[in-house]
Design a protein around this ligand. Structure first.
Ligand code: SAM
Length: 239
C-alpha cells in the first residue's frame, strides 16, 4: 500500500489565500448542522480547518485527522479552540481512536485521495469502526459530471476569483479511474505555485456501493448541481 502524502507545503502555502475563497463554507455547515450540533465529531482530511472551525462552534468536541503536517500546521497557526484536537494520521490505516464518535464528515473530496475502490472501502471501514452504532457520515465526493468534461478538455485556464491571477488545470484519467489534476497558480509578480492531486473518480452508484460495503446505510444523496464539483452523501453506520 502507498502511504504517500499528497498535500505538501506548496498546497498548504496557498490553500487559504487562493483555494478556500472559491469554496464558501455556509452550505456545508448548514448540511452538517443537524448531525454535528452538540456531538463529538470527527473530520477526515481536515486540512487547514476551512470547515472544521465553523463546525467547532456547533460541536461538543471535534477531532481533525490529516496526513499532511503542512496543512495541519496552517490550522494550528489559527489557534483552534480547546475542544478541537488535531491528529496526524492516514485514513488508509486504522484510525487511532478508542472513544467512538457520534458524527464524522469529510469535505472537498478528501476521501477520494485513494488509488482504488478497495482502498476507498478500507478508508470508509476505518471511519465506520470509530463511529457509534447509527453514527452519521457526511461526505463530499468528486462528481463525475464536473470532472469528466475536464478530462476531455485536458487543459483549462481560469481567472482566480479573489486575485488578479489565473489557475491552469491539466487533467488526465487513467485506466484505473485515477484522475490526476495538475494545478498551476499564476499571480502577477510572484513565482508560479504548482502541485498535483490524484483522486479516484467513480460514479455515484459506485460511491454508494463502497459506503454499503464499508458498513454504512446511505440515507441521502445531493447530486452536484450544474458544474459544481462535489456530490454530497449522508450515511449512517449500520452496526
Ligand atoms: C481538498 S483538501 C480538503 C481540506 C478540508 N476538508 C476542506 O474542506 O477545506 C484534502 C485534505 O485531505 C488530506 N488527505 C489526503 N489524503 C489523506 C490521507 N490518506 N489521510 C489523511 N488525510 C488525507 C489532505 O492532506 C488535505 O488536507
Amino acid at each position: 500500500m502507498n502511504h504517500d502524502v499528497q498535500y505538501g507545503t506548496a498546497v498548504a502555502s496557498v490553500y487559504d489565500s487562493l483555494i478556500a475563497p472559491a469554496m464558501p463554507t455556509e452550505e456545508a455547515v448548514e448540511r452538517l448542522r443537524p448531525y454535528v450540533t452538540g456531538a463529538r465529531v470527527l473530520e477526515i482530511g481536515v486540512g487547514t480547518g476551512r470547515v472544521a472551525l465553523p463546525v467547532a462552534r456547533l460541536a461538543r468536541g471535534l477531532i481533525g485527522v490529516d496526513n499532511s503536517k503542512a496543512m495541519l500546521d496552517e490550522l494550528r497557526g489559527k489557534n483552534p479552540p480547546a475542544h478541537v484536537a488535531l491528529v496526524e494520521a492516514d485514513f488508509r490505516r486504522p484510525l487511532p481512536f478508542t472513544e467512538p464518535f457520534e458524527a464524522a464528515y469529510s469535505t472537498m473530496g478528501s476521501l477520494a485521495c485513494v488509488h482504488s475502490r478497495e482502498e476507498l472501502v478500507t478508508a470508509l471501514t476505518h471511519i465506520c469502526d470509530v463511529l457509534k452504532p447509527g453514527g452519521s457520515l457526511s461526505l463530499e465526493y468528486y462528481a463525475t459530471g464536473a470532472y469528466r468534461p475536464l478530462v476531455e478538455q485536458h487543459t483549462l485556464t481560469v481567472p482566480m476569483p479573489h486575485h488578479g491571477g489565473t489557475s491552469t488545470f491539466t487533467v488526465t484519467l487513467d485506466d484505473a479511474d485515477v484522475l490526476t489534476m495538475h494545478t498551476r497558480l499564476d499571480e502577477s509578480g510572484k513565482p508560479p505555485v504548482e502541485f498535483s492531486e490524484q483522486v479516484l473518480l467513480i460514479e455515484r452508484k459506485e460511491v454508494e456501493a463502497c459506503l454499503a460495503e464499508a458498513g454504512f446505510a446511505v440515507e441521502r444523496v445531493h447530486p452536484a448541481e450544474g458544474p459544481a464539483p462535489y456530490d454530497w452523501y449522508t450515511a449512517r453506520s449500520d452496526h
